[in-house]
Design a protein around this ligand. Structure first.
Ligand SMILES: Cc1cc2nc3c(=O)[nH]c(=O)nc-3n(C[C@H](O)[C@H](O)[C@H](O)COP(=O)(O)O)c2cc1C
Length: 238
């Protein structure tokens, strides 16, 4: 199987250690590609909207964004990691997610995403881990992913891995290993089931795109939906 990991920090701290524990369960039989942010996607979205209106390849950061996109589309499992920074995901992760605004359902979602599985690992000192995970989950679900598992930790006392009590480390390890084993048992030859919520989003956007297409048949997003057959009877899920 193939796994693509998007690390919301370059630091080899607690988030990194937790992600390593999760990935250790796949080392023998998975091909793992990792991206570290901001190194692998250093530019902010400039708000030029060229990706929405014309073509994502015209983005000033397309070189970075398209490399990440290719790895994500080819992966069986996506893993996102982030510490909580002021109650949210890291700025570096947000910068990368902004670049994929054009992949949100109201624009040009990739059909591959509808059958994909994802895991989000976040941690915080006391509060903010869950909202950091939500920042990431919002994008993933609007990309069309239905099967998203969140694993969020509160360290409570110490943010340096070496100083975290062994009991706490063991509890976090147990939770991560259990999740990794659960995700490992999946038959990735079969796409994940698309949820009712994702299908509803799709049908609402389909109505919107149909109307936009009537007003302007050359509208970029409409043409994408039409070419995929989604305005007609084709669906991105199996
Ligand atoms: C800029 C910054 C903001 C942070 N904000 C929060 C926060 O809002 N809530 C919290 O519980 N921990 C916060 N932390 C602690 C981190 O979430 C995390 O536990 C710590 O940085 C260790 O993660 P790392 O070793 O992977 O970097 C913050 C840390 C930094 C550097």
């Amino acid at each position: 199987m193939t796994i693509t990991v998007i690390n919301g920090t370059e630091k080899q701290g607690v988030t990194f250690r937790l992600k390593e524990i999760f990935l250790d369960q796949y080392r023998d039989d998975a091909e793992i590609t990792e991206f570290f942010l901001p190194r692998d996607c250093p530019g902010c979205c400039a708000g030029c909207t060229v990706c929405f209106l014309k073509d994502e390849h015209l983005c000033k950061d397309a070189e970075y964004v398209q490399k990440i996109e290719k790895a994500m589309l080819e992966a069986d499992l996506l893993v996102f990691t982030s510490p909580a920074y002021v109650f949210h995901t890291t700025g570096a992760m947000k910068m990368m997610l902004d670049h994929f605004g054009y992949r949100w359902m109201p624009h040009r979602p990739a059909k591959e995403m509808f059958g994909k599985r994802a895991v989000i690992i976040t941690q915080c000192l006391g509060a903010g881990g869950k909202s950091a995970a939500k920042d990431i989950k919002d994008s993933l679900s609007w990309w069309g992913i239905s099967k998203i598992k969140v694993c969020s930790f509160k360290l409570m006392s110490e943010i340096h891995w070496e100083k975290i009590p062994n009991q706490k480390k063991a509890a976090m390890t147990k939770k991560l290993v259990k999740l990794a084993e659960q995700m490992h048992r999946i038959d990735y030859a079969k796409p994940a089931r698309t949820s009712f919520g994702s299908k509803m989003k799709f049908y609402i956007v389909r109505m919107l795109q149909t109307k936009l297409g009537k007003d302007d048949p050359e509208y970029t997003d409409y043409k994408y939906w039409k070419t995929n057959g989604w305005i007609d009877s084709v669906r991105p899920w199996k």
